[in-house]
Design a protein around this ligand. Structure first.
Ligand SMILES: [Zn+2]
Length: 293
């Protein structure tokens, strides 16, 4: 499942060929992905231009000149391949190897920028919807999403406020999309390690009794922002490195401190611990039981 940094990298890869460009021709090669495509999908896109390409959590949001928003989600296995005269690239490929089997190119956008953008999705958990811009904030997929972790609104006070009555683990709280948007298993593990906080700690312990943030909440917010920022930076650099499209495990993999590193030596300076794997809520958690308190 792609996480926020990968989706943001995809957005940055698509932005130059989509923003300001018009859909000249749209091919919908099947009637559905995870859900049926919207009624008159092709007709509502062709001839329209993209006025902006944004992101909310793990959704890509293309604002159209018609007033609709094209909402796109990669699902489990979705990717976009951009073909231009100078070659092809798959933004976001740095993390998960992507399918190159053209029989899974379900939707193709021919843009006035000259780019052909193919949406490839072997498992078809991806999503494309058209929603009038004015209805977007109240849309069922958007309404419940918590604050953007890289936005200014996401700070220690907000996170502490969201956690102070939670008796769940800190890992579960950070994975809750209503608490913070777009964080998945990998970056929750990485952020907790960087903040030196145990994933097993009760969520409410990052707040005082009145719900104000304590020093742990400050550390955790800084760690979340740093981990995501670094991942996006790594994705951006891999986009410029064409050797990265070899389908090997991505560039950023080597930068994980705990994720998928069970048994490895902890990288926290001065720590003699070893990365341990436990299962929480059915998912693997990687952490260092020595320095993460
Ligand atoms: Zn450690």
């Amino acid at each position: 499942m792609p996480e926020l940094p990968e989706v943001e990298t995809v957005r940055r890869g698509l932005q130059p060929v989509m923003e300001g460009a018009r859909f000249v021709r749209v091919e919908a090669r099947r009637p559905d992905l995870r859900r049926p495509l919207p009624k008159e999908f092709v007709k509502r896109l062709e001839g329209r231009s993209v006025t902006g390409l944004g992101r909310r959590a793990k959704y890509l949001l293309a604002d159209l000149s018609s007033g609709d928003v094209l909402l796109m989600h990669l699902g489990m296995s979705g990717s976009f391949r951009v073909s231009e005269e100078q070659g092809e690239k798959t933004p976001g490929d740095f993390h998960h190897p992507r399918s190159d089997d053209r029989t899974h190119d379900h939707i193709v956008f021919h843009m006035s920028s000259g780019a052909r953008i193919s949406f490839n999705d072997p498992r078809r958990f991806g999503l494309m919807l058209l929603v009038p811009r004015v209805e977007l904030p109240e849309h069922p997929l958007m309404k419940e999403i918590g604050p953007e972790p890289l936005g200014n609104a996401f700070d220690a006070a907000l996170l502490a406020g969201a956690c102070h009555r939670k008796k769940t683990s800190l890992k579960a709280a950070l994975s809750d999309q209503k608490v913070v948007a777009g964080l998945g298993n990998i970056y929750v593990c990485e952020a907790l390690h960087r903040a030196l906080l145990s994933p097993k700690r009760t969520a409410s312990t990052i707040a005082t009794r009145t719900g104000a943030p304590n020093e742990r909440a400050e550390r955790l917010v800084d760690a979340v922002k740093a981990v995501l920022g670094d991942a996006i930076k790594a994705g951006g650099s891999s986009l410029r490195d064409h050797r990265r499209t070899d389908g090997e495990l991505g560039y950023f993999q080597h930068h994980f401190r705990v994720y998928d590193r069970e048994g490895a030596k902890c990288v926290t300076p001065g720590c003699k611990g070893t990365v341990k794997r436990i299962v929480q809520g059915g998912r693997s958690t990687f952490f260092c039981p020595v320095c993460q308190k």
